[in-house]
Design a protein around this ligand. Sequence first.
Ligand code: ATP
Length: 470
Amino acid sequence: MFRKLPGDEAQRLVSTTPDTAVVFRPAVLRTPAIVTLVIFAWRLLAGLVKLLWRHPVASVIVAAPCALACWHGWRWGLTSIAAVVTVPGLWFTLHRPSFLRLAGWRLLAFWRLVWIYRRHWQPVMIISGLGRHLRGRDYLPRLLSIRCTSWADVVTVKMLSGQAVKDWADRLDQLAHGFGARSCRVSIARAGRLHLVFPRRDPLATPMPAVPIPETASVGPVRVGTREDGAPWLLTVHGTHVLVAGATGAGKGSVIWSAIRGLLPAVRAGLVEIWALDPKRMELSFGRSLFGKRYAATPADCADLLEAAVAVMQERADRFAGHQRNHTPTVDDPFVLVVVDEVAFLTAYQSDKGLKLRISAALATLTTQGRAVGVGVLAALQDPRKEVMNIRNLFPDKIALRLDESEQVDMVLGDGARDRGALADHISPIPEQGAGVAYVRLEASPDPIRVRAAYVSDADIRAMAEAVAA
Ligand SMILES: Nc1ncnc2c1ncn2[C@@H]1O[C@H](COP(=O)(O)OP(=O)(O)OP(=O)(O)O)[C@@H](O)[C@H]1O
């Protein structure tokens, strides 16, 4: 009651019970002005100390010119402002990376904390439903810190007791628009704390050329593109199976060809064999000479090739049994990567039931037993529905390129991936902006990573084929 009716208002309140003449008159305690002043002064002091503690550099930069102007006159104040502007300017011009690492991102974080996040925190939290206004008081999640990287703001938040990650994941749109960002992603920092990632710009907006062919022969992980944070996107192909899903024109070819490109030195060294199934006869036929005899286009040939891969797998399993549990690629036992473009042509859309059964059985056998003996599958498809691809869960690593519908994201990346910010259905259909852009969810981590595959042009593929033939 006191909180609802501050000051003298409570004094005027009179209430009675409905059946009696008992009169309620709440007691009003008058707070001496000095107590109020002391409380406000204490809060101000605590706020200043907190500000200094959290943002020492920014606070000194603002406070020093003011202090100098007060104690030594306005000339000193002006000179220090000039120094504050010139020194960082010079530093920025002469050595940008160290300026950004040591000062630039921190200053930006301070500015964005004050101007964007603190300013909008209360209304965004209340309107999105993440905070509550109860009995005259706001109960808000706590904004703990903000860190700026070259492309995003990472905001650390302490949830209200009783909140779940899903409460936040359900409101990513409100958070993004509330704080003026294009999107928002959420991940768990530790119990009760979350990281919210608000991109300021899209570092993957421009296509990137094919990654240079590695100099050493290796079965991976191979670099196939770049991650949103600027780190190389390394794709593991040996010891796993990879499913690439994307609508037509999403850039499945660039993932497949970038992976093959990264394995090229190992192919030349005889440590890797790439077996290609190309039922559309478009994508892989372009570099056909890379695959030698292990290329199939008709469904019957594809079934034969898959069964041959199963035979290799079973022969190795018999030989390795009791001797080794993992595969190390050698010239005698190379890593076999079975690449299938548009796998649905062979499984779902195949009219010959016999062939369909053979192909499905061979793919299921390879994906369940192949990885320990050095046989991996890299399959691409457009439609990830279970009716089309009933073995999609047998692929440990999945890549979602641009998808047509939001429900398809969880079908590819697993439950809750879209809630955590894997907006594969929002990737631009304009090839320059969105082809090759994808979300990846690895076996080891529930948080999807945004990536872009490098574009391997026809000329690059031709050069690769020539390099292998040479
Ligand atoms: N990584 C990329 N970066 C930039 N542009 C790309 C990239 N990948 C593909 N593209 C562009 O997008 C077009 C379509 O790519 P691609 O054929 O690989 O898509 P797809 O998913 O295989 O489509 P489909 O299923 O119809 O074969 C290409 O012609 C190219 O212009």
